[in-house]
Ligand binder design. Structure first.
Ligand code: NAI
Length: 246
C-alpha cells in the first residue's frame, strides 16, 4: 500500500513528547523523514532511537529567535527541504488571573504563540520558494471556550488560531496550506499531576465520556499533511475533542 508521506520531510516541533511525538511516529510510519525539534533534546533522541532510520533530532527553545533560526537552518541543511511543519511545542500551567504576573503571561505567549510565529516565519520561505508545503499549528479547544486559571494559555491558543488564518491567506497563493488543530483534553505528560478524580469528573462532562489519546490526534494531522486528503483545507480549525466544543 502506498504510504501517504513517502518521500516527504516533516519538521515536528515539540516532537519529543505527547501529541507531537504521536504525530511524528504516525508521519514516520507513513514514509516521511522526520526532523524532531524540541527543548528536550534527550527525549528527542529517545524517540529517534525508537523510530530508527529517517529521523534527525534538533534542540531548540521556540521562544528564542536565534535558536529557531539555527534549528531551521540545520533541518534544511540535513534534509534540503521541509514539506510539512507541525508546530506542537507548548507549555501549560494554571494561574488565577488576579495572581498572574506579567512574566508568567509573557512566558506563555513567548512559547505557545510567538514560538509558532518564529518557527513558521523561518520555514515558510523555503516552502513558498518551492510552491508547496503544509503547516499545521496545534492550538487548543480552550482557545474557543476559555478556562479558569488559563488567561495566558487561552490567549496564546486563540492567537494561534488568528495567526493560522492570516498565514493561510498569505501563503495559500504560494501553494502552502496552513491549518490548525484544536484538540480537547488528551492524556499526555502535559496533564500529569491532575488527580484521577479530577480527570474522572471532567470525563463525565464530555459527550464522548473520555479524554483522547495522543495517537487519536495524529490522524487529523496526517490528513492535513497528505495530498490529496488535505488539498482543500486552508485556514481551518479541526477539533478532535471528544465533543467538548461543538
Ligand atoms: P507534552 O508536554 O507532552 O509535549 C509538549 C512538548 O513541547 C514537550 O516535548 C516539551 O519539551 C516541548 N516544549 C515545551 N516548551 C518548549 C520550548 N520552549 N521550545 C521547544 N519545545 C518546547 O504536551 P502535549 O499534551 O503533547 O502538548 C502538545 C501541544 O498540544 C501543546 O501545544 C499543547 O498546548 C497542545 N494541547 C494539548 C492538549 C492536552 O490535553 N494534552 C489539549 C489541547 C492542546
Amino acid at each position: 500500500m502506498t504510504q501517504k508521506l513517502q518521500g516527504k520531510v516533516a519538521l515536528v516541533v515539540g516532537g519529543a513528547s505527547g501529541i507531537g511525538r504521536a504525530i511524528a511516529e504516525c508521519f514516520h510510519a507513513e514514509g516521511a523523514t522526520v526532523a524532531l525539534a524540541d527543548f528536550n533534546l534527550e527525549a528527542c533522541r529517545q524517540v529517534a532511537d525508537h523510530l530508527g532510520a529517517r529521523v534527525t533530532t534538533h534542540g531548540v527553545d521556540v521562544s528564542d529567535e536565534e535558536a529557531v533560526k539555527v534549528m531551521v537552518g540545520d533541518v534544511v541543511k540535513s534534509h534540503r527541504t521541509i514539506d510539512v511543519l507541525v508546530n506542537c511545542a507548548g507549555i501549560l500551567d494554571e494561574t488565577p488571573l488576579l495572581e498572574m504576573s506579567t512574566e508568567t503571561f509573557d512566558r506563555m505567549i513567548g512559547i505557545n504563540l510567538r514560538g509558532v510565529f518564529l518557527v513558521s516565519r523561518q520555514v515558510a520561505p523555503h516552502m513558498a520558494e518551492r510552491r508547496r508545503g503544509r503547516i499545521i499549528n496545534i492550538s487548543s479547544q480552550l482557545a474557543l471556550k476559555g478556562g479558569v486559571g488559563l488567561a495566558h494559555y487561552c490567549s496564546a491558543k486563540a492567537g494561534v488560531l488568528g495567526l493560522t488564518k492570516a498565514m493561510a491567506h498569505e501563503l495559500a497563493p504560494f501553494g502552502v496550506l496552513t491549518n490548525a488543530i484544536a484538540p480537547g483534553p488528551i492524556l499526555t505528560p502535559m496533564l500529569e499531576g491532575l488527580s484521577p478524580q479530577w480527570i474522572a469528573d471532567k470525563e463525565a462532562e464530555l459527550p464522548l465520556g473520555r479524554f483522547g489519546k495522543a495517537e487519536e490526534v495524529a490522524p487529523t494531522a496526517l490528513m492535513l499533511a497528505a495530498s490529496p486528503d488535505g488539498d482543500l483545507y486552508v485556514g481551518q480549525t479541526l477539533g478532535p475533542n471528544s465533543g467538548d466544543v461543538m
